[in-house]
Design a protein around this ligand. Structure first.
Ligand code: PMP
Length: 370
């Protein structure tokens, strides 16, 4: 009977059989600190400006949008030049629907059937999932006990596997710590010696970091790509706007796989409006960094282990049963994330009130456990 049909009965690709989709729980609880969103709604003057720019775009919706998103890429390049410590132009920048799509386009271009990509796990699970979706083989590389990248082991894994794409997430998700420039340089050298391959530095959270962006490293390294997003620091996860900075040849290369007119006129108009309000939005980032640091201090005071954080979230533990602890925190109305890292959970920095509710819940949990 057709209504009993499940996806297992369909002729899906072999590598997708028995796999689960990305699925952070979207539960309706009072305090949601599980998907590393920015807790602050966009300020009203920006909302008004978006409405204005979108109205303008709406008048031209009978036409396809600018396929090359030149105005938007120019403004993104200006933002990167201002904040990233390196001058980039429109020719260095490419934009897509979230950095997930940027990563997908990179894997479609540089990975694919018969090719492989490596990441050092635990890290952002979508790197592996998008690899799978694009038919790219996935290699899970190692980390140290403290979740930093084990450079010698990583170099060895790259030399041994000769992957086509290398992912380095800085600051890393879900662990929180930024990667030193020397580590990126060492892995870039190893990747060039082994293949040469494309090295993607995923800087989704870099605006929250204690360290500088790794953007200047693209100079003279045509196989190095830095990927960014407006989902976190710009507080615009709903917008779906990610971008990359790299040698212009990389920007030319992704044109081979991008869908025509992939970035809607509404998206481009909204992102341009948000970029006009960069300074206000970066002000929220400063508040979130202070709250992030408060979470680290308070969690340690409460007796938890905490991984150093350069992001808008904090990894804390250790738990004998992380999932049971996740449930106990949820029972108190606070949703955090169980990323499946044994012994650890992750909390996103929210508003001061939300963070207070979270801290009350974990202090309570500590009492129950002692
Ligand atoms: N990279 C990392 C490390 C992330 O954590 C995320 C979002 N959680 C993304 C990329 C994707 O973000 P978006 O598609 O919203 O730009």
């Amino acid at each position: 009977m057709t209504d009993r049909l499940t996806l297992d009965d369909l002729p899906v690709r072999d590598e997708l059989r028995g796999k689960s989709p990305y699925g952070a729980p979207q539960l309706d609880v009072p305090v949601q600190l599980n998907t590393n969103e920015n807790p602050y709604p966009l300020p009203e003057p920006l909302v008004a400006r978006i409405a204005e720019r979108v109205a303008e775009a709406a008048r031209g919706l009978n036409r396809y949008p600018d396929r090359d998103a030149v105005e938007l890429r120019t403004e993104l390049a200006r933002y990167l030049t201002r904040t990233g410590g390196h001058r980039v132009g429109v020719e260095n920048v490419w934009a897509a629907n979230g950095s997930n799509e940027v990563i997908q386009q990179l894997l479609q271009t540089f990975g694919g059937p018969g090719r492989t990509a490596i990441g050092f796990e635990p890290s952002y699970s979508m790197h592996g999932l998008i690899a799978r979706g694009t038919g790219t083989g996935w290699i899970s590389g190692p980390r140290n006990e403290d979740f930093t990248i084990d450079v010698a082991a990583a170099e060895q894994a790259i030399a041994h596997n000769a992957p086509d794409v290398v992912f380095i997430t800085s600051p890393n998700n879900p662990t929180g710590t930024a990667v030193e420039a020397e580590t990126v340089l060492a892995l870039y050298e190893a990747a060039q010696a082994a293949k040469p391959s494309l090295v993607v530095v995923d800087e989704a959270y870099v605006e929250f970091s204690h360290r500088d962006s790794l953007l200047p490293l693209i100079e003279g390294r045509p196989h190095l790509v830095v990927s960014r997003t407006m989902s976190k620091a710009f507080g615009a996860a709903g917008l779906r706007l990610g971008y990359l900075a790299a040698h212009p040849a990389v920007v030319d290369a992704v044109q081979l796989v991008r869908l025509p007119y992939h970035l809607s006129a509404v998206t481009q108009a909204t992102a341009l409006a948000a970029l006009e309000h960069t300074d206000t939005l970066l002000g929220y980032v400063e508040q979130l960094k202070r709250e992030r640091d408060r979470l680290v201090t308070e969690l340690r005071t409460a007796g938890y282990e905490v991984t150093d954080s350069d992001a808008n979230f904090v990894q804390f533990g250790r738990f004998e049963d992380a999932h049971a602890a996740w449930q106990r925190i949820l029972d108190q109305g606070v949703l955090v994330r169980d990323n499946g890292v044994p012994g650890w959970l992750r909390v996103t920095a929210g508003t001061p009130t939300e963070n207070d509710a979270f801290l009350d819940a974990v202090r309570q949990l500590k009492k129950e456990q002692s």
